[in-house]
Design a protein around this ligand. Sequence first.
Ligand code: SF4
Length: 775
Amino acid sequence: MSLLKTKVSRRKFLGLTSGALASTLVMSNFGVLKKVGASEEKGNSKYGRKFVPSTCAICVNKCGFIAEVDNGVIRKINPNPKFFKSRAMICARGNAGAKVPYDPDRLKKPLIRVGKRGEGKWKEVSWEEAYDYIVDNVVKLVRKYKNRSTIAFASTEGFQEEYFIDLANIIGTTNTVRHPTLCLASNIQGYSSVFGTFPDADIANAEFVIIAGSNRAEAIVTPDTIDMAKNHRKQTLIYIDPRATKTTALADKWYPIKPGTDLALVLAMIHVIIKENLYDKEFVEKYTYGFDKLAEHVKQYTPEWAEKETEIPASEIYWLAREFAKHAPRSIWYPGRRSSFYANDVYYRRACAILNAICGAWDRPGGLIPKSKIPLRKYEIEFPIFDWTRDRIDAGKVPFLGDVLPEEDKTDAGLPTDSCQYLSEKDGSWILFREAILKGVPYPVKGLFVYKQNPVESVPNRKKTLQMLEQMEFICTIDVAMSDTAWYSDVVLPESTYLERWDPVHSLNGVVPIAVMRQPVIEPLFDTKSMFEIMCNLAHKFMERKDFWEDTSEEDLEMFKETCLKRLTKNPVKDFAKYQVSKYPGAFEQLLKEGVFYLSDKPKYGKTLKDGFRFKTRTGKIELYNVKYEEKGLHPLPVYTRHTDPKPGQFRFVVGRHGQFTHASTQNNPWLLEAYGDKENAVWINAKVAAKMGIKAGDKVKVKSPVGEQIVKALPTEYIRPDVVFYVHGFGRLSKGLSNIYRVGASDAEIIVDYMESISGNAAMHETFVTIEKI
Ligand code: SF4
């Protein structure tokens, strides 16, 4: 069945998942915590002092907080101790969220471009004018190309993202591209190919934890980082990364592995565990499929072989394997989140899942755990079926797939070069999506809506993104600040911040699920609207245009009016939130008062280990050998591909987290810049290598890759391998609307080559080689 057919037959409301990401720890003012639950001190007006529980939106962790509001002004954001995932802590970025509504760089009114794209000339308009402008342009494009999919939608996760996707469904496009292929798509694919689901890790109860390339201590504050810190004395933590990060400081051992060889290490550990009979035989026999084929396959991957690949001594690999098996099932190879590293990331993540599986470290205390959730009610919406909707541009056979694969992956047996077969329909693949638009294949995409995402800074190879924007006949960006993408748009709609609006209830799925929502902490300060209001207003504006609905039936249109216009757009988000939890008496009141709702604060283990349970795989078992991969022409077991080494004078460029920054969204925050300790980023280069090149701290250097170059300060350090360089993401920006970071420091989007993981469609951001030149 084609994706189009799937889409058309599945006309229901598209549910969205939420996930986890990014920071450093700031202990909060515990004095304030006593006031939790007491929502205010002086009446219920916006005047006086009050404490409002809500949910952070600065990263995907969505920590609960209590905002302290004085005479309508946010004074401080404190952690919510009832949000047990964060163990009564909140990170620097969460604290600095208090600055967001008052940021002088905030968008305050709708804007329509009057100069050339990127020139920065705008006129302020009313919301009515902005809506009319948008509807006129969309209708014009849809009719011109007789194709609704000529309008594309790009977004990143958030509590209101589902309303943005609703707008895409109202317009009738299939082309929605979300953030996973810049983040965790390979991870989801790899773990799901073994367990049928992407699990959580029961770090709190684990004894032996291996983390590779996931800088948890800076990326995300809760709950895992807290547990790692708390468990330090009773837990062995192994950290593997070519760069020493703050997570290294928590670890018992740090291995600065040769980049791109993590799969070799995992395969060699599996080899040892099977060869020495250290695996959990009973578990393997009862719950897994394909063990014999796996055992045969990994015979080739000895620790001695892996030593040459990884530069980790074979003796250490034996030790890691034996310790992992000894502590199982309380052992974890930590899944982490971002997996946009290499072109073989799916096989690497499959191998990590297999390592846990053969040791029986699944659905038991201290192992990998299938995520639980709190079921919520939702509206069933019937969107119209349109004749002019076409299959999405980045699906199925992709004639140019070979153009975005690194050389070694084009020839690797088992990897397809013309189809990205496991692409998620609702998430798409950013690299393929942009390439298809640039090449006009299979049809022109000429309109773009962007919500909360900033592809100019987030997608590798910035020049290509700018070319893609240049090709568009219409671009609308919805954001709280003038992102680089907004800067190149035709119309910019200012969104209310997460501190000024209602957001629906979300279940944060995990070992112990918890439900949260957002309520306004303060009144909106400017002429802004939430994504929900924007969607509703545009839906009604589109209804007024008779020429927009000619390719759908009367019956469909009536159904849409009944279910979407009357149900979704007529009920404020607050009412929807109440409806979502209506099967749990008192839940909404609890969310209002305490900011959280949960059914239990204890993990539940073993539901997938009960007799008769079927895993969501072809065989219904944990698939060490993946049957579907075999059918699709992929290798059913994880195969190792040797990566190209940098040539003399070249370095591998890697990206990673920093405690003050979430993606490209918080660098302009003055509090976080101050906490970062510098106004710009600097390239980490090994101190000995820098000395040989005559580069000193603070010298300006040119970092050059096959797709671009940037000038940046040098930071010679012992904390990075000699063959690797790194700098913090999100500087060197193109938007003059980001006054603290416009053209300050270096952008990594400018230099990272747009290579891709061929199975998941995930960007492969660590496949770029650069040269460094002192200037
Ligand atoms: S980890 Fe920090 S930024 Fe992320 S949700 Fe929690 S407080 Fe906010």
